[in-house]
Design a protein around this ligand. Structure first.
Ligand SMILES: O=C(CO)COP(=O)(O)O
Length: 263
């Protein structure tokens, strides 16, 4: 299959066309700074029963605040839902007040970690270099990093989308194992705005991202105002392997509808 895809890439300039059979689908909720432990457990009670019909091939992940990870992990043990963190420090341990290490995450059963979310780049001074260090740390602990990339409105309007994403990928992936990661394309202007990137446009940009990767089978998600109303159209795009969902992952009904999208 890999061979077929590489061939198609050469032929079409796209990494994928009729390759849906090999897609690795990952639908992840990013709860950001929402939910106490009690609220997280209440969510699971309503959410888990709604996964009985979800195709086995779809991976489901909840990226939750640090304070809820341990109890989520215990409650989800033996279920199909994996637990993700929203950040990781690059050092094994040390005098880094307020930070959390890979060892602390893996000890409590965390499997995924978001790195380079635009909110961390924007509000907490993350650079491509610190994102890269966090990604390498995640991989060294056996965690699957979800590397977020995406352009601002201003960059899009200036025609810089491709250049920005290219730079974020190039710098973010220095020294990385390019087979063990997930990428999320999250145009900043579409996050929390209700202004979703048109599915075809997200597909186009994700195709460009894929063409820059060494391993074209890496799952690439779309994120930015994903809702029950638009998930079917988003997942119908051949390049898009899943979604990173903010607001609509906070409510069990809506996240279940997203995970159970119609293909
Ligand atoms: O930032 C996001 C996920 O990481 C997207 O957030 P929304 O789904 O709320 O737009």
């Amino acid at each position: 299959m890999g061979e077929v895809r590489r061939h198609l890439k050469l032929v079409n300039g796209l990494a994928r066309s009729e390759q849906s059979a090999v897609r690795r689908i990952i639908i992840a909720g990013n709860w950001k700074m929402y939910k106490t432990q009690a609220e997280a457990l209440e969510f699971l009670q309503a959410f888990l029963p709604q996964l009985s019909e979800t195709p086995e091939s779809r991976k489901v992940v909840l990226c939750a605040p640090f304070t809820t990870l341990s109890s989520l992990s215990k409650t989800l043990h033996g279920s199909r839902v994996r637990v993700g963190a929203q950040n990781i420090h690059w050092a094994k341990e040390g005098a880094f007040t307020g930070e959390i290490s890979g060892a602390m995450l893996t000890e409590i059963g965390v499997r995924y970690v978001v790195v380079g979310h635009s909110e961390r780049r924007q509000y907490f001074g993350e650079t491509d270099e610190t994102v890269n260090q966090r990604l390498l740390a995640a991989q060294s602990f056996g965690l699957l990093p979800i590397l977020c990339v995406g352009e601002s409105k201003q960059q899009r309007d200036a025609g810089e989308t491709e250049a920005v994403i290219s730079r974020q990928l190039e710098r973010g992936l220095v020294g990385a194992d390019q087979t063990n990661l997930v990428i999320a394309y999250e145009p900043i202007w579409a996050i929390g705005t209700g202004d979703t990137c048109a599915a075809e446009e997200a597909n186009r940009v994700i195709g460009l991202i894929r063409s820059q990767l060494k391993d074209t089978d890496v799952p690439i998600q779309y994120g930015g105002s994903v809702k029950p109303e638009n998930i079917d159209e988003i997942m119908a795009q051949p390049e898009i392997d899943g979604a990173l969902v903010g607001g609509a992952s906070l409510e069990a009904e809506s996240f279940a509808r997203i995970v159970n999208y119609q293909s």
